[in-house]
Design a protein around this ligand. Structure first.
Ligand code: CTP
Length: 410
């Protein structure tokens, strides 16, 4: 599965002859749909020009920590937040040592400290430098800290020697980065997700709906698939392409969504209800287009079934996650929905003020019985990955309790 679509990769290039291969890394990452921003150290600029990387990434290349112009466009903290993953390729012995010991003397090293995204290193250096006791001690420390090291490869080196220290080839680096996003957190689980708005038709050409774009639900579907789950996405009408490796069931109305969920829920271990389901539907849909003969007319609306509550009322409900879209009293309303709908977890988001519906960004606050977590504001893709991580943790914990409970009963 290609997990790189829309991922934000910050590529750090340090000084080494392998820097010329970084150009190809950028090209291949972009071919897979990733967005790439490049940060170069002073040493890197001796080996390859920023212009090359700018042309290939389609983005301005960042070089200096204290460049007022660059900071005005996108500051180093913003860059650190923007990244889903920081890849340093090639990573010189010097940079590895600086990163290992937390130095922040230049832009790249500062970013590596300031980011919460994983930092991945593709070392490239002379074989003696790689084998040196100091480098190997740094490698051990980094491995202990869980820093993924891609390579190095063995073979002929630019210095004429042969041995370990060559940077991995660009295709191997890109494929390793792709795998890093495939977390396997929900491996083997079946996840059912709803997304998008519903349409409640008034007549054959008019309907009542809402502003949901479906982006949050689609991002969750993609994140769950990347986490190894078998995902079915029940989607209301959206303009979005279905995520890779996700089975999609298209519906229009709240009733159709209810039916589709009930058809698929028996197989699901996790149900995530991200759809903005209409709470009311037209009692009678006109068979023909309503004409404007009369100056005023009324619609009678009937309440729709609450899909989420119907799922948690099943004899053996899956682990269930709801959403609460609120314009005010976010925490209170979310906690009420958590309890009333008997959810395992609820993700609350403020709608309006440039957030929520039909926006790139969102801000999620998670609540569960006895706990909460603020995921802050980020892109919907980033939030979806964080949400899936939290869901996987809570799902595992709930199952552990269940197993422990049944063991004590026997
Ligand atoms: N939901 C649902 N079926 C409905 C309405 C809502 O499954 N008929 C789900 C949504 O997908 C969401 C959660 O219930 O996960 C809360 O939806 P929201 O619109 O915030 O709240 P409502 O339950 O509709 O309550 P209210 O409109 O009073 O805020």
């Amino acid at each position: 599965m290609n997990s790189l679509l829309n991922k934000h990769i910050l590529l750090g290039i340090t000084g080494g002859i392998a820097a010329y291969k970084s150009a190809d890394v950028v090209r291949r990452l972009r071919e897979q749909g990733a967005r790439v921003r490049v940060v170069m150290t002073r040493g890197a600029c001796e080996f390859i020009t920023p212009l090359t990387l700018q042309a290939l990434s389609g983005e301005r290349v960042h070089r200096d920590l204290l460049d007022a112009e660059a900071e005005a466009a996108m500051g180093h903290i913003e860059l650190a937040r923007w990244a889903d993953l920081v890849l340093v390729a090639p990573c010189s012995a010097n940079f590895m040592a600086r990163f290992c010991h937390g130095f922040a003397g230049d832009l790249l090293a500062t970013l590596c400290l300031a980011t919460t995204a994983p930092v991945v290193l593709a070392p490239a250096m002379n074989r003696q430098m790689w084998l040196a006791a100091a480098t190997q001690a740094n490698v051990d420390r980094l491995v202990q800290r869980g820093v993924p090291l891609l390579g190095p490869d063995e073979g002929a080196q630019a210095c004429g020697e042969t041995g370990p220290g060559r940077m991995l080839e660009p295709d191997a680096i890109v494929s390793a980065v792709n795998k890093l996003f495939l977390t396997g957190r929900l491996a083997g689980q079946t996840v059912l997700i709803t997304a998008g708005p519903t349409r409640e038709y008034i007549d054959p050409v008019r309907y009542i709906s809402n502003c949901s774009s479906g982006r949050m639900g689609y991002a969750i579907a993609r994140a769950a698939a990347e986490a190894g789950a078998r995902v079915t996405l029940v989607s209301g009408p959206t303009a979005l392409a279905p995520p890779e490796a996700v089975a999609i069931v298209r519906v229009e109305s709240a009733n159709q969504m209810h039916r589709a969920v009930m058809e698929h829920v028996a197989d699901a271990r996790v149900f995530i209800s991200a759809a903005a389901v209409a709470d009311y539907t037209c009692k009678d849909m006109a068979d023909d287009k309503i004409k404007k003969h009369v100056s005023e007319f009324s619609l009678t609306l009937n309440k729709t079934a609450d899909i989420l509550s119907d799922v948690t009322s099943l004899p053996e409900p899956p682990f269930t996650v709801g959403f609460a879209a609120e314009t005010s009293h976010l925490a209170d309303n979310a906690k009420i929905k958590l309890k009333n709908k008997r959810l395992d977890l609820i993700a609350a988001n403020q709608v309006g003020n440039g957030l929520g519906f039909d926006n790139e960004d969102n801000a999620l606050h998670l609540y569960w019985e006895g706990g909460s977590l603020d995921l802050g504001q980020a892109s919907k893709d980033q939030l979806a990955r964080q949400l899936v991580k939290v869901i996987a943790e809570h799902y595992e914990e709930k199952n552990r309790h269940k197993i422990a409970g049944s063991a004590t009963r026997h």
